[in-house]
Every structure is written in C-alpha cells, then in structure tokens.
Design a protein around this ligand. Structure first.
Ligand code: WTA
Length: 652
C-alpha cells in the first residue's frame, strides 16, 4: 500500500472475487456482453446529446423537442421545446397494447389485505383523482404534499398530480409534524393528502393527527384529503378536510393528460443536508421520465413477465423512481408491501416472495444486515426460486453482506446489481448491467451509458489511478436535479463550486485497474489517522466480516497525537455478548484484515445504530457521541430517536 497524497484516500480494501453472469442469463439480457456495454458507453460518451436524443424517441411527445440539451452551467434544460406527460408515459401508452390488462401494481397491506390494479384500472383511478384535484382548485404548478402509508392511493395521487401538471412533494410517513410543516412551508404546498392512520408492526401510526399539528404551522396549505386506511374515527375540520372516498365517488374517470413542457417541475423531494435545513431537490418532466425508464430497463433488465419488488418507501427517491415512474414507464408489474419486515414474523418478506413469485428484489444493505442478524432459519422456510435478480442501494454493501445476499437469498444464481446514485441524480448512475458486467462484491462496477464519472483531488485534478478521491460527474445527464427548490445559490455552492464545471456528488470513490468504481462513503465521513486518510466503509467491512458482528459504524474522534482516533460502534449477531475479550478479538481481526494503523481505539457495543429513515447510518451523530459532544445539527431525519438516548446511556 502506498502513502496517501494530498486530497487522496488510502485504499485498504482487497476484494478479488469476480462473479460473471451465467450464459443463460446473458443470452436473455438486453445487453449481453461486456463488449456490447463498452460499445454503448463509448458511443454515448462521444455524443451525449445525440445519444439521449435517440433514447427520447421512446417517450410519447405531444410536441417534439427542438433541441436535446441547453447547458448553462450549472442549469440544464433537456428536450427543449418538447411537450410530454409522465402519467401518459406510465399509463396511457400501454392501453393500446396487450399490457392493458396486465397487473401494473400488486399490493399487500401489513394486515394481509391485497389489491391488484391492471394498467387500465390504474389509469381509471388516476383520472378520477386528477379530477378530484382539479375540483379542489389544484392546477399546473401547484404543490401538493403527501404524507401517506405505502398504499396504492399514494401512487395514484402522484400520477394524478403528474397528469394535470401539479408538483408532488412526498413526505415520508415517519417524519414528525415539525418536519411536515417545514417542508410544507418551504415548498408553499397548497394541498396535503394523508390517511387517518397507518399500520406499522400492528400499531397504528397517527398520520392525520400529525398532519393536523403540522397544518397549524403550514399557512399555505388550504385543504387536506384524508384516505380511510385503518378506520378509527378521525376528527375532520369542516371546509378544510375531505374524505378521499367521498370525493372519488363523484369524480369522472375522463381526464386527458395535460401536455407539459419538458422542463415543467414534476416533484420536489426533501433530502437532508449534513447540517441545517433539508434541501428540496427539484426534478422535472421529460429528462427524469426518460432516465427512470432507461435505467429500469438497463439495470434490472425487466421483462414483461416479471414481478419487480423495490422495497424502498415511496417517501424517498428509490421509491419514486423504482416503485413508480421507472417500472410503470417500462410496462412492468411493480409490487408494493405496506408494512414492516417483521410483521407478524421475521419471515414476512420471504413469504411475500414465495406467495407472489417475485422475480427481482431491490433492497438496501441495512435490511440485508438485519436479516443476517435475525438468522437464516427465517429464510430457510421459504421457496425463493422465483428470484432471478437482486439489487442493492443506499449505502455501500459490505462484501460479507453481499456474499450472504448472493448465496442465501439468490441461491448463488442471481446477479446482484449494486446501484450507486442519489436523490439528486434521479436514477441509477453506476451499476452492473446484469447480463454484461462481471461482479465484484462491494463495487458498483461501471457507469451507465451516458454517465461520465471522474475521480479528482481537491484541486480538481484527476487522482493517480487506484487512489480514492472525490467522485464527480463530468457531463450533464437527463435525470439530474434541476436545482434546490427556491435556492439557486445553495444549488451552485453545494454541487458546482468546488470542482469547476463538474457535478460534485459528495462521495469519495476510487476506480481500480479494471475500471471498476468503489464508493468509499461521504466526503465528510473520511477519517484522518496519523496522516492516513481512511474511508469508513473499509473499517466497517473488516468488522462485519467477523462472525460476531452484525453491523458496524466507524467514525473519527479528536486525538492529540494521531489527529483522529478510530471509534467504532458495533451491534452483535445473535448469540454474542459484549465483553472485553470480544473487544480484543475484534481489534486483532481489524489488524489482520487491514493493518495496525486502522485498529479502533474505542469499540462500543450497542443494541442499535442511529439511522435515517432510509436506513443510512448517521455517522455525524456518532461522531458527536464519540467525542463526548452535544448533538448539533439537524436530527429530524433520524428514524428512531430512542437510539440516541440508548447510545449515550450505553457509554462505559
Ligand atoms: C450512498 C439513494 C455506496 C451515497 C439512492 C450517496 C451508496 C447517498 C450507494 C445517496 C451504493 C447510495 N454504494 N453508497 N450502491 N447508493 N449510496 O440521496 O453516499 O438517499 O451519495 O439516494 O447514498 O443517498 P440518497
């Protein structure tokens, strides 16, 4: 291993396993070989507008575009002068094809109730709700917030907004009233849609009550539509609150899709900044729609007979793009499950896969590590042979968890697409194409066609091959965010100021000799121990590769001599108890796996790690705890507040 240089990060991860797609998988895939992938990528890189212009022929255009790309750095306009409609591309285009009577959406509620919507049925519901929105005074450019459980009506409401040119703003149903109000105000939402309550592990979530509290501090919101999901009495405010079913009973099912300008905003989605106020990431119509469709087809290699299950919540970008817009534009059957993975038991997901014969499962490393912790016996009770492809998103997947996912869930037969992307990128940016690119556990492999990544040092110059640095995207792409809602300045500073002319994504990465990319975590999460810059994922992966460890989070804390010391927080696999002896074993293990300079100074055992609603470990909070500081900055995205209190009380 060589010494780190300014702005570069040492790479200590050594992963040499390679998994090639089976000949049968490749034969049926859209892109069948690495050569075919490379040809496509090179062709795209040589002429970005030409490439996307050709792809855009796959959308329905009410009015064709005049120009593919207008780039006034950092503001992009795609498919300028064109008019299309996202709801039309998701629904209407299929109605004149055999997909008309195919299941668009299969849903199961936590209590076990189920519903199936064909493309025709979904179209009808969307048209009706679009008319409801109009009747409530919603039109083009109005913002509609949604604070709903994972029910079909959430998808219907999103598509209904898209149909009439309203802008949706989905707020994850785990957020507090304070967080709802903040988003309502920032987005100037006019209407909010919610449910009486939601189900979570058999308990009832007070959704309407949270909205009632939020509306006291949301002056722009005039009306509220309430879906009856659970059925307990809910107080309704006369003139402001309306029942979904009452409005739908009177609505006409005729509502032609409104032709929308390519760059008309489609949605706002708030994502946490590392400090302070959440950012309203803005996505627009044509570019996002095209990018969602093409990435769904390339990465998941979807086929007409597939049932596709993305386990994310619709309240974050993965749900927007790969539950709703991608699969429906591609004409696939999307599966949605409402509840918790351990309701009523820890095998709910595996029983769903068996019951609905799911073919593609797309989930997050945090879920995979949880299942490992719960134990293999839950999986063993079920037939998972319908699966043919697995996906991962949200964080780096530790090689150990990757192998378990590959063998235990995929039966060593299903490729794993480790997809790297962000709320801001709209869709997947780097990922294996499952029929073409051999896999390395822990690597998101290669950029998709039309995506040009680079790794640079703080001075914007490329790092030496094999070294870690800042990951930037050198050319605009159709799915990119068009700004931060109401804050162009923040958009410029956050993404386009540090490296001239390139999109700074905020992650570190390295590219190996085979051109494979390895994400090394957020720029802010880097440790600096005795002048060695280390990425958190490498230390964590070393720990997780020990049988006693279920999850690990590594952070730096100030250290007089070393600059930073390594502090790790560890949750144990079932059957293991915290002890000094285990601490010593884990230190030895890290020494052996990566080297003495990374051996953790502090190892703290804990029952849970603080995570965001989307399952990412909040290392920022752990840094405060490791340093013995008060927690500062935004904690509204924290999934479970009690974890923080427990972590503090776990301190020795
Ligand atoms: C991280 C989720 C490693 C990364 C779609 C990114 C990943 C942030 C991966 C975006 C991956 C996502 N490997 N890290 N495959 N996928 N990340 O906005 O740090 O919720 O910048 O979007 O998650 O998170 P977001």
């Amino acid at each position: 291993m060589s010494e780190p240089r300014g702005g570069q990060i040492v790479n200590v991860m050594k992963e040499e396993r390679l998994f090639s797609p089976s000949p049968e998988f490749s034969a049926k895939a859209r892109i069948k070989s690495i050569e075919e992938y490379e040809r496509l990528w090179k062709e795209s890189a040589a002429d970005i507008p030409g490439f996307w212009g050709k792809m855009a022929e796959e959308l329905h255009w009410f009015k064709p575009f005049d120009k593919v790309l207008e780039w006034n750095e950092p503001f992009a306009k795609w498919f300028v002068g064109g008019q299309t409609n996202v709801s039309y591309n998701c629904l209407d285009v299929h109605l004149s094809t055999p997909r008309r009577n195919k299941a668009a959406l299969i849903w199961e509620g936590e209590p076990g109730d189920t519903r199936v919507y064909t493309y025709q049925m979904l179209h009808t519901e969307v048209c009706k709700f679009a008319n409801v929105l109009k009747k409530l005074g919603i039109g083009q450019g109005d913002v509609v917030s949604m604070y709903m459980p994972m029910v079909p009506e959430l998808v219907i409401a999103m598509l209904a907004c898209a149909r009439i040119g309203a802008i949706h703003c989905v707020i994850f149903a785990g957020f507090s009233s304070e967080a709802i109000a903040e988003r309502n105000r920032d987005a100037s939402a006019k209407l909010i849609i919610t449910a009486d309550q939601g189900w979570r592990r058999g308990a009832k979530l007070p959704l309407k009550a949270n909205v009632d509290a939020a509306l006291e501090k949301s002056p722009t919101v005039q009306k509220c539509v309430v879906l009856k999901r659970v059925g307990d009495p809910a107080p309704m405010k006369e003139g402001r609150d309306f029942w979904w079913h009452d409005l739908m009973a009177e609505a006409s099912d005729v509502c032609p899709a409104q032709p929308m300008d390519s760059e008309a905003p489609l949605f706002i989605l708030y994502t946490s900044g590392s400090t302070g106020k959440p950012k309203g990431v803005k996505h627009t119509t044509a570019g996002y729609n095209l990018y969602a469709k093409k990435t769904t087809e390339w990465v998941f290699d979807v086929r007409d007979e597939d049932v596709f299950w993305c386990t994310a919540d619709v309240g974050w970008i993965t749900g927007h793009t790969y539950i709703v817009y991608g699969p429906l534009s591609a004409g696939v059957t999307t599966f949605v499950y409402e509840g918790a993975p351990n309701a009523p038991r820890e095998d709910r997901w595996w029983s769903l896969i068996e019951k609905y014969k799911i073919n593609i499962l797309y989930t997050a490393p945090t879920a995979i590590r949880t299942f490992i912790k719960w134990g293999d016996h839950w999986v063993d009770q079920h037939d998972l042979s319908s699966l043919r492809l697995l996906g991962s998103v949200g964080e780096g997947i530790n090689p150990e968890a990757w192998m378990w996912y590959y063998e235990k869930i995929g039966g060593s037969r299903c490729p794993i697409v480790d997809t790297w992307w962000q709320t801001e990128t709209g869709g997947i940016m780097m990922s294996p194409l499952p029929g073409a690119i051999p896999l390395k556990p822990g690597s998101c492999t290669k950029p998709l066609p039309g995506i040009i990544p680079e790794i640079v040092a703080e001075d914007g110059k490329p790092v030496e091959p094999g070294h870690g640095g800042w990951l930037v995207i050198a050319k605009p792409w159709p799915g990119m965010l068009r700004g931060i809602w109401g804050d162009d300045e923040r958009y410029k500073i956050q993404y386009w100021s540090d490296v001239k002319g390139k999109y700074l994504c905020g992650d570190n990465a390295r590219c190996d000799a085979d051109g494979y990319y390895w994400i090394m975590g957020r720029i802010d999460d880097v440790l600096n121990v005795s002048g060695h810059r280390l990425s958190t994922i490498e230390i964590e992966s070393a720990l997780v590769s020990h049988e006693a460890v279920a999850e690990a989070a590594a952070v730096g804390r100030p250290h007089e001599i070393k600059g930073e010391a390594v502090a790790v927080f560890v949750t144990l696999a079932s059957g293991y108890e915290p002890s000094d002896e285990l601490r010593k074993k884990l230190r030895d293990h890290v020494r052996k796996e990566i080297g003495a300079f990374c051996v953790p100074d502090d190892i703290r055992f804990t029952t849970a790690l603080p995570k965001t609603r989307s399952g990412k470990i909040m290392r920022r909070l752990l840094r405060d705890i490791a340093a013995g500081r008060q927690t500062t900055g935004d904690t509204t995205t924290l999934e479970d507040f009690s974890v923080l209190a427990r972590l503090r009380s776990d301190e020795e």
